[in-house]
Design a protein around this ligand. Structure first.
Ligand code: G6P
Length: 268
């Protein structure tokens, strides 16, 4: 099936469709995966009904790319500038059973004030590969300058669930657990794979390159305070985010790459 360019609100996006019908929609603003449907037509990602869709602020839902700073752990923009910058599509196509697309962000395309605040030469590459029951996201960071820089990064994945109280997460240090209210925890050095069980079935979450995983849900009170999230929406997602939290130094011409591979596990 053809890959195509579509609009999501005012955001230009790219839709890739695998021969099985599985689909991903990626916004150029943020290099941000907005929707992922497996071949059975099931949407797997949460997207807030109150999310901005005009590029005026970060998108709430899907998979924000976090770079070069995680949350407020640094002096720069919260969660970095990648999620609020305009990326370019450089490749798209289908190959055998997969559809793929490549998105790139370099320092040359940053808003001047953003580039001034983080004056390093870099190239970020986000690869998205969709097959019937899985999606592979990879984030590559290249240092294209002549001086080293430090960064943190994450793929801040918002998984759609039917009811937070029924969610079970497995694979981090504490074994299987449930989330009943606000939850915000960084697991350093996860071994993986993780599993997310909800009324929408089980997803296997594998990560490579990213040493850490962040698990987040704002709970009812914090969700109500977020302008871009409906009061009840906290009940419909959990974020499980492969991350590299401790600042990582990249020398000139060096690259780092992290993967997130998400697979829908068939019901037994
Ligand atoms: O509201 P945002 O800037 O998108 O951040 C959303 C969340 O991201 C991460 O999961 C952090 O661990 C949380 O502390 C944070 O609240």
């Amino acid at each position: 099936m053809e890959n195509s360019t579509v609009k999501y609100g005012k955001l230009p996006t790219v839709r890739v469709t695998a021969p099985s019908g599985a689909q991903a929609v990626v916004s150029l603003y943020g290099g941000h995966l907005l929707s992922w449907k497996t071949a059975d037509g099931q949407e797997r990602l949460f997207f807030s009904e109150k999310s901005a869709l005009d590029g005026s602020r970060a998108i709430r839902g899907g998979v924000p790319v976090i770079f070069p700073q995680f949350a407020a752990r640094g002096t720069g923009m919260r969660h970095g500038f990648a999620r609020v910058s305009n990326w370019h599509l450089t490749e798209t196509g289908t190959h055998a059973d997969a559809a793929f697309a490549r998105f790139v962000l370099t320092d040359e395309w940053l808003e001047p004030e953003v580039a001034a605040a983080w004056p390093h030469k870099f190239k970020l590459v986000l690869d998205v590969v969709v097959r019937a029951d899985d999606i592979r996201l990879s984030l590559t960071v290249h240092n294209t300058g002549e001086a080293p820089f430090e960064f943190s990064g994450a793929l801040h994945t918002y998984f759609l669930v039917d009811e937070l109280g029924k969610v079970r997460i497995d694979g981090v240090q504490e074994g299987e657990f449930a989330i009943t209210d606000k939850y915000d925890h960084i697991y350093f050095g996860v071994e993986g794979p993780l599993a997310l069980r909800s009324g929408h079935g089980t997803l296997k979450l594998e990560q490579e390159g990213f040493p850490d995983a962040v698990i987040w849900n704002p709970g009812a009170a914090d969700a109500a305070a977020l302008v871009d999230m409906g009061d009840e929406e906290y009940d419909r997602f959990v974020c499980i985010e492969p991350a590299t939290i401790a600042p990582r130094t990249l020398a000139p011409e060096e690259s780092w790459r992290g993967w997130h591979i998400i697979t829908a596990v068939p019901a037994e």
